[in-house]
Ligand binder design. Structure first.
Ligand SMILES: [Zn+2]
Length: 350
């Protein structure tokens, strides 16, 4: 059964940068006994993803076992959940420092699953890991929006397909529109205790987009989309280095069978981390949007379980390729000319 969720009633929500007041509307009879049907995808089984408690447990156990990992609590969410930063490397100032940030939007879950795999990988003692950690300072901040990811928020999620995850934080604010004001505890902590403290040179911000995004006018569904900072206050050299970061990610993902990336048609507002961190701190940033979401009030944004494994691998591939390119310096020779011909996303959903 094709459901019509409240696209019209809620169409303004994504455009709202501040808090919004959700309308109370009920969706009678939308879910069958096996849950809703998502355009031929199977039912949503979000319980396979790491809950906050499971993520915390995972990180703390790795921290106990690993010499390489230093786990830090850098802040607290609206609802009092600790925010974790996984640190690796010597923190030598001669080495480049990169931050991987995931799940600013609580319903964009597989980014964090990928980050947890990379954290685990960096606690292993392989030759490649040793080379990375001698040459790169690695910061991984998994799941900034810990409350939205638990659905533990001060507004109703009854209009969401699954009702378990939301884009917004507990106060109903889009954290990725709060990078100038930093009025929310999550963004404030990220800026003061991670960005200003460790001064990363690079940042990849991992997100998810709708499922129906295609590559230009080809009609081919993409596995993800990328974009560098587009705010005009950003130093051209910072933007160029961001494009190199994008080149590394593009080559690594496109080399995979599932990989097809488009250019994300993103805005230039400084409130968005891709733009704001580049403009304010000179960090070379890349947005990586992956296909589909764990939950949304628009049903064609929601992705079933079948695609989870390749999308998690896409995130892991992007992060590992970046670490290798920073470790051996090959990022400096990355060819940025592909950006000029990379087709923009086309959105064929509702
Ligand atoms: Zn997002």
């Amino acid at each position: 059964m094709k459901k019509k969720l409240l696209t019209v009633a809620f169409s303004g929500v994504l455009l709202t940068s501040g808090a919004f007041i959700p309308t109370t509307t009920t969706l009678a009879g939308e879910s069958g006994p096996n849950g809703p049907d998502f355009n031929g995808h199977e039912t949503i089984k979000n319980e396979r993803l790491h809950s906050y408690e499971e993520m915390t447990d995972f990180l703390q156990k790795l921290d106990q076992r690993s010499e390489a990992l230093e786990l830090e609590v850098y802040g607290e969410s609206v609802k009092g959940r600790d925010l974790y930063l996984a640190k690796f490397g010597t923190m030598n100032k001669d080495n480049p420092t990169i931050l991987f940030l995931t799940q600013q939007h609580g319903n964009e879950t597989l980014t964090t699953e990928g980050a947890l795999q990379v954290i685990k990988y960096l606690t292993s003692n392989g030759h490649n890991v040793k080379e990375i950690l001698e040459n790169v300072n690695v910061l991984i901040a998994p799941r900034l929006n810990v409350d939205g990811a638990e659905g533990d928020v001060n507004f109703s999620l009854e209009d969401y397909v699954s009702g378990t995850h939301t884009r917004y934080n507990a106060n109903g604010v889009d954290l990725n529109r709060d990078h100038v004001d930093r009025k929310q505890p999550e963004t404030k902590a990220l800026h003061e205790n991670v960005l200003q403290k460790y001064k990363p040179d690079y940042m990849i911000d991992l997100h998810h987009q709708g499922t129906q995004v295609t590559l230009g006018d080809t009609g081919e569904q993409v596995s993800g989309s990328i974009l560098y900072p587009t705010n005009d206050k950003v130093d051209p050299e910072v933007r160029e280095q961001s494009k190199k970061l994008g080149s590394v990610v593009y080559d690594a993902v496109e080399a995979k069978g599932y990989g097809l990336l488009s250019k994300y048609p993103g805005g230039s507002a400084q409130t968005i981390s891709r733009n704001g961190l580049a403009a304010e701190y000179g960090i070379s940033t890349l947005l990586l949007e992956m296909r589909g979401m764990a939950d949304h009030y628009k049903d064609d944004y929601v992705l079933g379980q079948k695609s989870n494994s390749y999308l998690i691998q896409q995130a892991v591939t992007a992060m590992k390729a970046t670490l290798n390119a920073l470790a051996d310096g090959s990022i400096e020779s990355a060819d940025t000319s592909f950006w000029e011909t990379l087709p923009e996303s086309n959105y064929e959903g509702e």
